[in-house]
Structure formats: structure tokens, C-alpha cells
Design a protein around this ligand. Structure first.
Ligand SMILES: Cc1ncc(C[n+]2csc(CCOP(=O)(O)OP(=O)(O)O)c2C)c(N)n1
Length: 577
């Protein structure tokens, strides 16, 4: 066969250029960024987007029933799968403002979400036009960055940059506000593919060798080391490296609420959640440690309790975090590394000498015996932990578990029981009630082959229960467990324990019949108040294809323990009696 002779060197093909509307450019850009799912809600100012949406059948648009549900769903979509970015659409004014809590939730927990909001026509901006609001001003403090588009020619580059900002460094939500007339205007579209370089969003440099050697030396010399890990470890995918470090130097390892799941609970070196509602043995270990290694966490007040009670015997604190603003903000470290957790550990691990098991582990094992995480069974009433134990037995170390906010969240975190790292998603930073249910839709759409459990109190569930319609319409197979104590449980416990027992505005005994409610939306729904029914009910839910709502009428007086009374220190924790 005659081979064609190589021809002269020709320049590469011209980048594709087409005249498109701003709305079409948005969709082209989303596809170019790898987006396949959008959560959204239409309205006057984003109608041009919705006009062109049907021409992009590759994009799965999920019509949520409230923009807040859409923002949380986009968060759950991104948070549940490393590398994924959640996308949410909303119209101007009330639509965009309904995103604010969802954006704040994603911002506090470093979740990459892109919100694309319609704005009134650029010529009308600033005139108090119908459904105009200052979306940039309203979201500036709850986004990593926000853009107001002023020229149709800027849409493509702005979206490309927005995805970079959302994903890079410490991830977070980014909002793009696009006036309606610019969605309708046309321009030549050229795909933007060049890497984005922004001085203010630079990736952290390679960790400093001198500091790494110092950390390795501190680990070698420590007699009572403790490692605490946060969501930064999950974001960077550093779970295995953390385990390697823990095992090489025999470092007991605990976690924050947002770090729950990053370290296997059944590992002999596992401590537990630390802090305000953390385990007694973990708080004791932190208070006795001579070396504290903090990775991917910000040491907020829920971790430290009263700051002056945090780690009083510590000789050295090492803090590794990708965000320089976190270093020394609350707890001042002796050695700090501004780096992604995986990068830092990759550089550190070769310098860490294997250590022998030490006495410290025996002491911690004694504390584990003295301060077990336990609950008390009372009067044959169903305890939330009985429900959770049955649920975790069906997770097989791989289901994604979401928890809402309140007692249900802390119970779900403390009873999380995996033999390897797993995914536990909750709103840790802002503590947004109503997060888990819509976020679980996003998590399931992002991970269609993984079982998803959503744990919620009845108070938080009703805050976004309109999303049952979305779940049923889209047949999103989530198993929802309502731990129903007929009250705003966590507030009720605080009132009982710290505010003189005055129960005020916490009674939810006028709750709906959740079976009828679920069925009204077309959801399979079940209820029980008996421990014997829990396992069979969960099995029935798992066997059912499609969403299931399970109501568990639990002991109304069940509380979270241990707990550090408000204003007290780490060792003042009160345990279940
Ligand atoms: C949007 C929002 N409003 C108020 C609060 C304050 N808050 C924290 S926990 C809680 C009670 C939650 O009650 P429920 O959802 O029934 O869960 P439980 O604590 O009973 O498990 C409240 C009101 C909050 N975190 N978020």
C-alpha cells in the first residue's frame, strides 16, 4: 500500500467560531466544563436560558421546587464526589436571594458550586426594576467570588474562570449574574480552553523542605502525639495518606464533624469526633497531647470549646491547611504548612521514621473504656441510636450518609461506623437546617450506583420538604430517615441543660402524619416507634426502587452526650447517665 507522503506543516485547525446567543454560550461553556446536571428554577430574568435549554438534551436539568433546594442539591452533588462541581440556576430578585443560605452553606464547608442567576436587563440595572435586587452585594460574603456580566463577549471567559475559582485551592461557590438582554444578545463564540492564571487564586507552592523535616522530627520525638483531621483531608483525597502516617508513627487520630468519615472508625488508632459534642476520650487525648497535628481543619469554637482549655499540655502544634487565612486564626501553631493535605503528606511521609507502639496508646485505650460513646435505653422507647445502628449495618462501608442539623446530626456522626473511609455529608460550618434532604438528591444523582441515606429531624425535614416532588418526579432513590422527637430537639436540649429548663418555642408535637405526607407526594412511606421494626423497615426501603420516607417516633427526651456545657472547657464534658 502506498503511504501518503507527509504534506507541509499546516497550522492547527482554527478554534471553532460560531455566532451564538449569550444563553447558548452558557450551555456550551457548561458542557465544556464537564457539566451534565443542572438544578434550577426559571423566572423572568433567566427565560432566555430556559428557551435554549431544550436544545441541549445532554444536560439533565432538574426542576427543583424551591431555589434553596436547588442550591443544596448542587452542594450535595459536588460534595459527594471528588472533582464534581454543582450547578444551580435561578432567576433575578427572589429567585437569586433564595440561593443565599445554600451558597453560605457551601461556602462555609468549601464546596464548589456555580450559581448562574438571571439579572434584569443591563440597561435597567440600578433602576429598581421589577425583580431587581443587588445579587452581587447580597452574595458577596457567602461566595468565593461573584461576577456581574456586563458584555455578552465576556460570558465564555467568565464561566471558564468561575469554574477554575470554584475548584481550585480551597474550593467554594461562585456566582455569575447575567442580565437578561445579554443572554439574548449574540456574539462570536470561541471555546476558552487556556488554563486560568489568577494571582489571588494561586495554588499553594510545594511545601517547604525545612518545615517538613521539622515536622518529621517532632513526630519522632513526641511521646503523646494526636492527629486531628477535617474536611480538607476529604477534599484533597488524603484519607489513605493520613492512615499511612497514623500507622507509621502510631498516632491516634480524631476528627471534626466535617472530617467524620475520613478515618475508619474501627481502626485501632481511631479516636472520635473532637470538641463540644465530641467523645470524652478524644477530648482527654487532645488535652494531654504533647504534639498536635491538625490537617485540613480550621479549629473553630465547636472544636476547641473554650479556647484556653484546648490542648493545655501541648508542646508543639503543627497545622497543615491549604488556606493561609486559617493558620493561626484560632489556634496558633508552632509549625505551619500552607498546602493541600495530599501534597503535604506526600512530601512528609518519606521523612517519617516508623515508630514502635508506645505507652500513650495504652492510656488512650483506658480512656476509651472509661468514656465509651453510649446511649441509655429508657422505658422501651425507641432510641435514635438503635435506628442508626441498624442503618449503618446496612451501609456496608460504602453508602453515602447525609445528616441534617441538630441532635440527629450529632447522633449520626457519633454512630458513624465504617471500617474504611466513607462519606458523611452535613452542614458543619453554617449548621443549615433543611440541608440534608435536598442535598441527598444531589448526592444520589452524582453517585447513581451508591446507596444514599438521609438522616433528618422532623424540624429540618419540613424546611425543604417540597423537594419530595422533585425526588418522586425524578425517581431519585434516596432512603430518608426522620428521627422524630416532636421537637426542635437540639434547642430543646440546650434549654433543658443550659437555660434553666425553660422550654420555649421548641414543641413540634403538631407535626404532620409523615406517612400521609410522603404518600401525598407519591413517595413510599413507613412509620414505627418500635426497635423491632427498624431493621425490616430499612430492608424494605432498600429493596424498593425509588425514594422512601421513613418516620421513626423516637424517645422525645433522648439527648446528645457527651456535651461540653456552653462556656466550659474541653474536659468539662458531661456524659450520658
Ligand atoms: C435554618 C436554621 N434555623 C434554625 C437553626 C437553629 N437550630 C439548630 S438545631 C435546631 C433544632 C433542629 O430540630 P430538628 O430538625 O427536629 O432536629 P433534632 O435536633 O430534633 O434532631 C435548631 C432550631 C438552624 N440551625 N438552622
Amino acid at each position: 500500500m502506498i503511504q501518503p507522503r507527509p504534506g507541509p506543516e499546516l497550522p492547527g485547525p482554527e478554534p471553532e467560531q460560531r455566532v451564538l446567543t449569550g444563553a447558548e454560550i452558557v450551555f456550551e461553556c457548561l458542557l465544556a466544563e464537564g457539566v451534565s446536571t443542572i438544578f434550577g428554577y426559571p423566572g423572568g430574568a433567566n427565560l432566555p436560558l430556559y428557551q435554549h435549554l431544550p436544545a441541549y438534551p445532554q444536560l439533565h436539568h432538574v426542576l427543583v421546587r424551591h431555589e434553596q433546594g436547588g442550591a443544596h442539591a448542587a452542594d450535595g452533588y459536588a460534595r459527594s464526589r471528588r472533582g464534581a462541581v454543582g450547578v444551580v440556576f435561578a432567576t433575578s430578585g427572589p429567585g437569586a436571594l433564595n440561593l443565599v443560605t445554600g451558597l453560605a452553606t457551601a461556602y462555609a464547608d468549601s464546596v464548589p458550586v456555580i450559581a448562574i442567576t438571571g439579572q434584569v436587563a443591563i440597561t435597567a440595572v440600578g433602576t429598581d426594576a421589577f425583580q431587581e435586587s443587588d445579587v452581587i452585594g447580597s452574595t458577596m460574603s457567602v461566595t468565593k467570588h461573584s461576577y456581574l456580566i456586563t458584555r455578552v463577549e465576556d460570558i465564555a471567559a467568565t464561566i471558564h474562570e468561575a469554574f477554575h475559582v470554584a475548584r481550585s485551592g480551597r474550593p467554594g461557590p461562585v456566582l455569575i449574574d447575567i442580565p437578561k438582554d445579554l443572554q439574548q444578545a449574540s456574539t462570536e463564540y470561541t471555546p476558552v480552553t487556556e488554563p486560568v492564571r489568577l494571582r489571588s487564586f494561586q495554588q499553594a507552592a510545594h511545601p517547604d523542605g525545612k518545615k517538613l523535616r521539622r515536622i518529621a522530627q517532632l513526630i519522632a520525638e513526641a511521646k503523646r502525639p494526636v492527629m486531628l483531621i477535617g474536611r480538607g483531608v476529604v477534599i484533597s483525597g488524603a484519607e489513605e495518606r493520613v492512615m499511612e502516617l497514623a500507622h507509621r508513627a502510631h498516632i491516634p487520630t480524631g476528627w471534626t464533624l466535617l472530617g467524620t468519615g475520613a478515618f475508619p472508625v474501627r481502626d485501632p488508632l481511631a479516636l472520635q469526633m473532637v470538641g463540644f459534642m465530641g467523645a470524652g476520650f478524644t477530648n482527654r487525648a487532645v488535652c494531654d497531647a504533647d504534639l498536635l497535628i491538625l490537617i485540613g481543619m480550621r479549629c473553630d469554637d465547636r472544636v476547641t470549646t473554650r479556647l484556653d482549655s484546648f490542648a493545655p499540655r501541648v508542646e508543639h502544634i503543627v497545622h497543615i491547611d491549604i488556606d493561609p487565612a486559617e493558620i493561626g486564626k484560632n489556634v496558633v501553631p508552632h509549625v505551619s504548612l500552607v498546602a493541600d493535605a495530599a501534597t503535604a503528606l506526600d512530601a512528609l511521609l518519606p521523612l517519617v521514621e516508623p515508630k514502635r507502639e508506645h505507652e500513650w496508646l495504652t492510656t488512650i485505650d483506658q480512656w476509651k473504656e472509661e468514656h465509651p460513646i453510649r446511649f441509655v435505653r429508657r422505658n422501651g422507647l425507641l432510641q435514635p441510636q438503635e435506628v442508626l445502628t441498624e442503618m449503618y449495618a446496612r451501609c456496608h462501608d460504602e453508602a453515602i450518609v447525609l445528616a441534617d442539623v441538630g441532635l440527629n446530626q450529632i447522633w449520626a456522626a457519633l454512630w458513624f461506623d465504617y471500617g474504611r473511609p466513607g462519606r458523611f455529608l452535613n452542614s458543619g460550618g453554617t449548621g443549615t437546617m433543611g440541608y440534608a434532604f435536598p442535598a441527598s438528591m444531589g448526592a444520589k444523582l452524582s453517585n447513581p450506583d451508591t446507596t444514599v441515606f438521609c438522616v433528618s429531624g422532623e424540624g429540618g425535614f419540613v424546611m425543604n420538604m417540597q423537594e419530595m416532588a422533585t425526588m418522586v418526579e425524578q425517581n431519585i432513590d434516596v432512603n430518608v430517615l426522620i428521627l422524630n422527637n416532636a421537637s426542635l430537639g437540639m434547642v430543646r436540649q440546650f434549654q433543658d441543660d443550659f437555660y434553666g429548663g425553660v422550654r420555649s418555642a421548641v414543641d413540634l408535637s403538631f407535626t404532620p402524619d409523615f406517612v400521609k405526607l410522603g404518600e401525598a407526594f407519591g413517595m413510599k412511606a413507613m412509620t414505627t416507634d418500635s426497635a423491632a421494626d427498624v431493621g425490616p423497615m430499612l430492608d424494605e426501603a432498600l429493596a424498593h426502587e425509588g425514594p422512601v420516607l421513613m418516620n421513626f417516633d423516637i424517645d422525645r427526651d433522648a439527648n446528645v452526650y457527651p456535651i461540653v456545657p456552653l462556656g466550659k472547657g474541653m474536659l468539662d464534658f458531661v456524659e450520658a447517665s
